[in-house]
Each structure stands twice: as structure tokens, then as C-alpha cells.
Design a protein around this ligand. Structure first.
Ligand SMILES: Cc1ncc(COP(=O)(O)O)c(C=O)c1O
Length: 476
């Protein structure tokens, strides 16, 4: 019998995760490094010919990870949807790496697969899917989940797609996503053989949400031109401004037109964990499929996206292939490789289960609501300092500018200048985003469950001092 691991062993794993998380906060959020300097450092530190003791190699690996990166788990990283990771999920990820379960065949890893299924079932129930009909699997991220959606929608709509491909369809299949939706859909269109020309980027309204009337008009125009509309993607939490498309209106339209409805809730899905916020995603339960990345707002390590589907077996129908080398299937269990774009796959959902089981429903709601509260504090502080908030979302992402900032050819006070100043200061990190009208603004998202009001104040101070510095340059 295998020797049981001791309690101390798991305490050590958690202590390791907590100490790294705490140590990241002690340093700067980022240090700029040129690609040539980073490359030179790697060449200097690692000798791939001679080899070296593992402890020495790991010391170098950690030092490189610490020095040459924007620290996305820092409390004052206000950047893209990259979270601070929960210690229990880091510890579980280390266990997964060490045991290395093979999830292609059910019989090889029933435990890991059932742990993942429990986590997925929890997410599917939060979406509002029927207990008996939902399906789902973990993906490498939102890109793979959105690609899966395109493949499944093609298979569902066009019976010959699977066997004879796009060339058999007798027209141009078209899919619809808001102009503010994620560009993973563009890649998905290329990979599935549809091409860029099949994607209709639907105009958005003043709140950066898909305009449902424009969607209807575009579909009508496409049908009149002989094209084949098959998929609408509604985004719940756009990457730039956190906008939530009008899910109910889009669901009505998709139903009327007989189109597959996919909801890209890669980040915004997190709101479903909060009883106070979940109503903002009302209608998501009508989507045929959903993208929901645990490695965004659920604060687990990278590589944990999820694809959820309202129709059992739809993914398997689209993707399953037969082979003579896999172990025979187990009675009452599906082999995961049949319903996933991946074959061998990391058990990235096990850390998600560890986090869900550690925090519980109430604990997760607190994490999500805390971040949303910090987003509201950030809005208030910015407005009090004379900034103008230019996006409109209940989620904690704030796009803002200042009357002193202008984007123009011969102006030197652009949002990009402020961004660079803040990054050079190293105390906080935020990004710059292009708004639907083409103008650039600053963007700050609360992505860490550890961000406090003091951290928010420090970000605002960093931005104000960047503006002051630009003033000082002008005065000279
Ligand atoms: C709305 C949305 N969809 C999809 C993606 C792609 O997800 P991933 O980076 O996990 O592939 C992102 C990434 O930020 C996103 O914001």
C-alpha cells in the first residue's frame, strides 16, 4: 500500500503558496526589462549542456519569475483579468503536477475526472443549467472554450460539417459578436476554416454593450445575401470595459432565428458566485453554451478555463473520433478525450475544486463582492480627484481619463504617458485601452481578492503624481 502523506506535507504546500504570495507584495509590481537583457540573463543562469543541482536551478527559476515579470498576483496589479491565486489552488496545482493524472481516458484517472466534474457541476448549477442535461469540461482557457463553441455550433447547425467540412455548406456561415467582444472568436473562425470574413463585429451602444437592433439588422442582411448565420456570442464582461451584453434580448433573437447562443463569461462569470451580482447575468441560463475561466475571477492558476453546455453529448457529437489504441471505455463513464479539443490534458480543474471546496459558497461570494466594492471605491476616489469615468458596468473594471489628458499627434499628455509613469514607479500597474470610439483611456481592474482601500488609494496617488509630473515637464 502507498505510504499516506502526512498532514505536515500539506501544511508545507500551503505555507509555500502563502509565502510566495506574500513575498510578491513586498516587491515592485513590475520592472521593465528589454527582451535582450531578459534573454541574456537566461543564458547566463542556465547551462543546459552541463546540468546543475536541482535546488540551484530552482533558485534561478524563481528569481527569474520574480524579477522579470509584471507581478499579476500583486495586490496592486490593476491590470487585465489575471488574478491573485488562492493558496489552496496553488497547492493543489503542485499536487496535480506531481501525480500527473492522465485525463484522456476515464479509467486512468477516475478520481481527478470526478473532482473536475464536481467543480464543473457547481459552475453549471450557478449558470442555471438543468442538473440532468448539462455537460462540460475544463479547457486551457477562454480561447479554447470559445473555439469549442464555434465547432459545436457548426456541428449542431450543419449536419455535413463534421464529415465533409465547411466546403459542403453551400454558403458562408456567419457568426455574430459585439465589436467589444474578444478576438479569440477571430482566431476560432480561422481555425475552423471559416475565415475572418465570417465574423460580424456588431456595433455597441453608449454603454459598450452589443446593440440588439444592429444584430437583428446584420442577420437580416446576411440572410438576404445568401449567407448562413449560425452562432451569436454574447459577452458577459468584455475585456476592455467590463460591459455585459443584453443577454435576454440576444437570447430572444437567437431563439427566433434558430441560432446557437454562446455566452462568453470568461471573466464576468464570477459574478454568478455572488447573490448580489448574479442578476446582472440574467439570461445566461438560456445560452446553449458558456465560457467561464476559473483562472480569471475564480483566482486559480492559469490553464483553467471551462466550457459548459446545456445539451448533453453536443460536444462529443462534434469532436469524438475513434481510435484503436485507447483503453476500452468504462461502463457508465465517458472518456474525456471524446468531448474535448485536447487529448492528454492537465487536470487544471482540480485546483478549482480545491478552491471551491475550501471557500464554500459564502466564502467565494465574499471574495467577489469585496473586489466589486473595491471597484466602487476606486470610481469614487478617481472622481474626487477630477478624473472622468468613461465606462458603465457593475463589475470592478474602471476606464477613466482626465481633462488634462489628450490623445493627439503632437500632444505629450496621453493616457499612455500616465501608464508609463505609473509602471516606472513600480508601486501599481494599470493598463491602457482603446474605447469603441477609438479614443485611448486608462483602465484599472480589481483582479486581486487581497486589494485593500489603501492599495486603491496608492493607485490613485500614482496616477495623480504621473499627471503632476507631466505638468512639471510642460512648465519647464
Ligand atoms: C471576455 C474574454 N473572452 C475570452 C478571453 C480569452 O481567454 P484566455 O486568455 O483564457 O484564452 C478573454 C481573455 O481575457 C476574455 O476577457
Amino acid at each position: 500500500m502507498a505510504r499516506p502523506t502526512s498532514r505536515k506535507h500539506h501544511e508545507a504546500l500551503l505555507a509555500f503558496a502563502r509565502s510566495i504570495i506574500a513575498r510578491v507584495d513586498e516587491g515592485p509590481v513590475s520592472r521593465r526589462v528589454s527582451p535582450s537583457a531578459a534573454r541574456a540573463q537566461i543564458e547566463e543562469r542556465f547551462d543546459l549542456e552541463a546540468g546543475a543541482p536541482a535546488e540551484a536551478v530552482l533558485r534561478q527559476v524563481e528569481d527569474v519569475l520574480r524579477r522579470f515579470a509584471v507581478q499579476v498576483t500583486h495586490r496592486r496589479y490593476f491590470g487585465l483579468y489575471n488574478p491573485s491565486v488562492l493558496p489552496e489552488s496553488v497547492a493543489a496545482a503542485a499536487l496535480v503536477a506531481a501525480y500527473n493524472p492522465q485525463e484522456a481516458a476515464y479509467g486512468h484517472a477516475p478520481g481527478a475526472i470526478e473532482m473536475e466534474r464536481a467543480a464543473l457541476g457547481h459552475l453549471a448549477a450557478l449558470v442555471g443549467y438543468d442538473d440532468d442535461a448539462w455537460d462540460g469540461h475544463f479547457t486551457s482557457g477562454g480561447q479554447e472554450a470559445n473555439l469549442t463553441a464555434v465547432a459545436v455550433a457548426l456541428d449542431h447547425t450543419f449536419p455535413t460539417w463534421r464529415t465533409e467540412g465547411v466546403r459542403s455548406l453551400g454558403g458562408q456561415p456567419t457568426l455574430y459578436v459585439a465589436a467589444e467582444g474578444h478576438h479569440s472568436l477571430a482566431k476560432a473562425a480561422r481555425v475552423t476554416g471559416l475565415g475572418d470574413g465570417s465574423v460580424r463585429w456588431v456595433p455597441v451602444d453608449a454603454s459598450h454593450r452589443m446593440n440588439a437592433a444592429s444584430l437583428a439588422a446584420q442577420m437580416r442582411e446576411d440572410r438576404e445575401a445568401g449567407h448562413l448565420p449560425f452562432l451569436v456570442v454574447a459577452t458577459a464582461g468584455t475585456t476592455g470595459t467590463g460591459a455585459i451584453d443584453p443577454l435576454l434580448a440576444i437570447a430572444d433573437l437567437a431563439e427566433r432565428e434558430g441560432l446557437w447562443l454562446h455566452c462568453d463569461a470568461a471573466w464576468g462569470g464570477g459574478a454568478l458566485l455572488s447573490p448580489r451580482l448574479r442578476h446582472h447575468l440574467s439570461g445566461v441560463e438560456r445560452a446553449d453554451s458558456v465560457t467561464w475561466d476559473a483562472h480569471k475571477w475564480l483566482s486559480t492558476p492559469m490553464g483553467a478555463g471551462a466550457f459548459l453546455c446545456r445539451h448533453r453529448r453536443a460536444v462529443e457529437h462534434a469532436l469524438a473520433v475513434e481510435s484503436g489504441y485507447m483503453p476500452p471505455p468504462r461502463e457508465g463513464a465517458d472518456d474525456p478525450h471524446r468531448a474535448s479539443l485536447q487529448w492528454s490534458r492537465r487536470a487544471a480543474g482540480v485546483p478549482v475544486l480545491a478552491a471551491l471546496a475550501t471557500r464554500g459558497t459564502e466564502g467565494y461570494a465574499q471574495l467577489i463582492e469585496h473586489q466589486t466594492r473595491m471597484g466602487a471605491v476606486l470610481r469614487q476616489r478617481l472622481v474626487a480627484e477630477g478624473f472622468i469615468v468613461v465606462n458603465d458596468t457593475p463589475l470592478p473594471v474602471v476606464c477613466f481619463t482626465h481633462p488634462k489628458l489628450v490623445e493627439g499627434a503632437d500632444e505629450s499628455r496621453t493616457p499612455g504617458d500616465v501608464y508609463r509613469h505609473v509602471e516606472d514607479g513600480g508601486d501599481a500597474w494599470l493598463s491602457v485601452v482603446t474605447m469603441p470610439g477609438g479614443e485611448r483611456t486608462l483602465r484599472a481592474c480589481i483582479t486581486s481578492y487581497r486589494t485593500t482601500e489603501d492599495d486603491v488609494d496608492r493607485l490613485v496617488r500614482a496616477v495623480v503624481s504621473a499627471l503632476d509630473a507631466l505638468d512639471a515637464v510642460d512648465a519647464r
